[in-house]
Write a protein that binds this ligand. Structure first.
Ligand code: GLN
Length: 454
């Protein structure tokens, strides 16, 4: 697959390239709602670099950054996140705008926000979440890369649903400074792009130690070639038949590429949803406590109100899913139940990491990215919270373990893309990118749009 970064650099851009691009993106956005902010100041800058976007939970100096929440409406960060600083300092990229997302990252289909993004292939379908805008924008724009974020699958899932590459690096490889936290022990900034080559270029630019984030500690990124792929039976069983069928074709294709695919039993991977949601909600509920309308969060100025009245009205600005997670997360951390839920979830997380590590020493883990075909917005909005959470079955294990993973398009069913997810051992990010690079030599991605073509 050609790298759109390299291709863009080699093209002679018309003087008004950005002016036209920003105008086209504004038009496109009326239909797809992929962006929450579009940077019009790029207009007229002919010598500028590859257009890049950032998910709306990554702080960009001078641009409204809402994390998809009404609570942060009007918040304009006075500083750049480290990843933004590094993209801009390179002089090779130009900031195009911020992309739509589920409020604070709470969601799988992109519907938990005021105006959801639409799927780039068909507007009646979900863009996926929580980085739905980033994935839809990547699928629609010819020259563009997206910085996105995953806590439990928010890069892989929307990338799969929009037919693009979604790369989530090893936990700690990329600084989280300037990221609006969802759950600190899980959050990772990664890349959504049209090729593995582009993901690698951006990853190499933004990763590495940062004195502002002491959890950013990963040393050398490795490229240990793995010939063996493991498919976990208990995970695949849970997929819908229309997902299993193309997946089996993928397995045969990998075998014809000379890879060994082995089916293994590893039931603990299918038990990861509960500990994930317990840990994620517990952490989220503490992170959201600062949005109380005093220093952070939409302010009413009704300071004459009683303490509890004031907070109750300030917190009305949270959406339904955010409120659910505050209530459940706060409950989970309560002294009388903490050991029953939170501590137990931590134990399960440790067990899961250890059992995954054993497999990942020998090869990759392979699965579909999501157990169902892309749902229509009308169908996805009818799912209960628990049905929604169950959709993260495949993306949660690598996210809980901080293992790098990548989703890549491998087939089209009824005209819509389907994605597969590959997981590697920690710090083995390059081996994933290397495999997808090879995959792209024999499989041509179909993109939903080519806006901004030159
Ligand atoms: N769907 C998962 C959740 O709602 C993951 C979201 C994410 O990775 N930000 O928690």
């Amino acid at each position: 697959m050609t790298s759109s970064i390299r291709e863009f650099a080699s093209k002679k851009k018309p003087g008004d390239y950005y002016q036209r691009l920003a105008a086209e993106v504004e038009e496109l956005n009326k239909e797809y709602h992929a962006f929450t902010t579009i940077n019009a100041s790029q207009k007229g800058k002919a010598g500028a670099g590859v257009p890049f976007s950032s998910k709306a939970n990554i702080c960009v100096k001078g641009f409204e950054t809402t994390a998809g929440s009404k609570m942060l409406r009007g918040y304009v960060p006075p500083f750049n996140a480290t990843v933004i600083e590094r993209m801009l300092a390179s002089g090779e990229y130009s900031f195009l705008g911020e992309t739509n997302m589920d409020e604070f990252g709470f969601g799988t289909f992109g519907l938990n926000t005021e105006v959801p993004a639409r799927n780039a292939f068909d507007k009646a379908y979900v863009a996926g979440g929580s980085s739905g805008g980033a994935a839809a924008a990547t699928a629609l724009l010819k020259y563009h890369v997206a910085l996105a974020e995953s806590t439990g699958g928010s890069i892989a899932t929307p990338a799969a649903l929009n037919g693009v590459v979604g790369f989530t690096p090893t936990y700690g490889a990329v600084s989280r400074y300037g990221l609006i936290d969802y759950a600190n022990s899980l959050d990772k900034i990664g890349v959504i792009s049209r090729s593995a080559a582009d993901a690698r270029t951006v990853f190499d630019l933004v990763r590495g130690a940062d004195s502002y984030d002491t959890t950013c500690v990963v040393g050398k990124i490795r490229d240990e070639k793995k010939e063996r792929f493991y498919v976990v039976k208990e995970l695949l069983e849970a997929a819908e038949a229309p997902v299993k069928r193309p997946f089996e074709k993928l397995v045969s294709k990998l075998e014809s590429m000379g890879r060994k695919v082995e089916r293994i039993s590893l039931g603990i991977l299918a038990e990861a949803i509960e500990p994930y949601y317990i840990i994620a909600m517990a952490e989220a509920s503490t992170n959201l406590a600062k949005y109380n309308g005093y220093k952070y969060g939409l302010q009413y100025g009704e300071l004459y109100k009683r303490y509890d009245e004031f907070f109750t009205s300030a917190r009305e600005n949270f959406g339904t899913e955010a409120k659910r997670r505050i209530i459940l997360g706060t409950f989970i951390r309560g002294e009388s139940v903490r050991d029953r839920y939170y501590t137990k979830a931590l134990v399960l997380r440790r067990m899961l990491i250890e059992s995954m590590q054993k497999v990942l020493e020998k090869g990759f883990l392979l699965s579909p990215t999501i157990p169902i075909l892309t749902p229509k917005i009308s169908d996805a909005s009818r799912l209960t919270p628990v049905q929604n959470y169950a959709m993260d079955l495949y993306t949660i294990p690598p996210n809980l373990g901080g293992f790098p993973h990548i989703s890549f398009p491998y087939d089209y069913v009824n005209g819509m893309p389907v994605g597969a997810q590959l997981v590697a051992a920690q710090a083995n990010d390059y081996s994933l990118l290397g495999f997808v690079d090879e995959w792209e030599k024999g499989f041509a991605y179909r993109f939903a749009g080519n806006v901004g073509d030159i």
